[in-house]
Design a protein around this ligand. Structure first.
Ligand code: PXP
Length: 237
């Protein structure tokens, strides 16, 4: 299982006082040296953390791969096509949310998502849809022609009982097996941390996890190199 690091919250801290530090580009380069397989950023409509300058510099400077999380809006699609990340992960986006709250409702916006996927593919960018572990949305994603899905692990991560966690893990297992049969690449993320990743890594078939908050929070105390290496050792290979 590969591990990509989401560095949005390095930018959150930088932006809190309108300063230039901590620099997200430095975080990305240090994380690469520590062994991550890719860098993830979410260029939000309101630019609350990552901005366009960050995305362009990352494109120039990182040597692993860039996963740009984005809403399917004309403005952001144009930026993505211009910058050329290896992967664009389409997420639902609401201004008032603290973080991405749920998966994409693929079935309700087939035409928009089809057009978005075509535009990104025309610029040689692979496309992933961030979806709940729900067979109908996964089927619709495959029909549209995405390369990957990213399974939303937030319900699993926030489960309030072991029983709820086991149930959700089973839903994820079924979704992963289904998506594999459809030939999709499978990423997963949201709310994964140093504790719950141990249960999660037992699942077969997930190509990559995308983790942000837990690792950046730990990096505040132990540094990014140690925080990344600790997560890599828990994920295994
Ligand atoms: N994947 C997606 C699509 C996300 O929106 C986020 C949150 O930015 C993550 C993964 C990472 O979630 P977390 O910060 O909880 O690890």
């Amino acid at each position: 299982m590969r591990f990509s690091l989401n560095i949005d919250h390095v930018a959150t801290l930088r932006n809190a006082r309108g300063e230039t530090q901590p620099e997200p580009i430095t975080a990305a380069l240090l994380a690469e040296q520590a062994g991550v397989d890719g860098i993830v950023v979410h260029l939000r409509e309101d630019r609350r953390h990552i901005n366009e300058r960050d995305v362009r510099l990352l494109r120039e400077l990182i040597s692993t791969k860039l996963d740009l999380e984005m809403a399917a809006t004309d403005e952001i699609i144009k930026i993505a096509c211009d910058v050329g990340p290896e992967l664009a992960t389409i997420v639902p986006e609401k201004r008032e949310e603290l973080t991405t709250e749920g998966g994409l409702n693929v079935l309700d916006q087939i035409e928009l998502l089809k057009g978005t996927t075509e535009r990104l593919h025309d610029s040689n960018i692979e496309v992933s849809f961030f979806v709940e572990p729900n067979i109908n949305h996964i089927d619709a994603s495959a029909e549209i022609g995405v390369d990957f899905i990213e399974i939303h692990t937030g319900v699993f991560a926030n489960a309030e009982s072991e029983e709820e966690q086991i149930d959700e893990l089973e839903r994820i297992r079924v979704a992963v097996n289904h998506a594999k049969k459809l030939g999709l690449g499978i990423n997963a993320g949201h709310g994964l941390n140093y504790q719950n990743i141990k249960v999660f890594r037992e699942l077969e078939g997930i190509d990559e996890v995308s983790i942000g908050q837990a690792v950046i929070a730990r990096a505040v105390f132990v540094g990014i190199d140690t925080a990344v290496k600790e997560m890599i050792s828990l994920i295994g290979s």
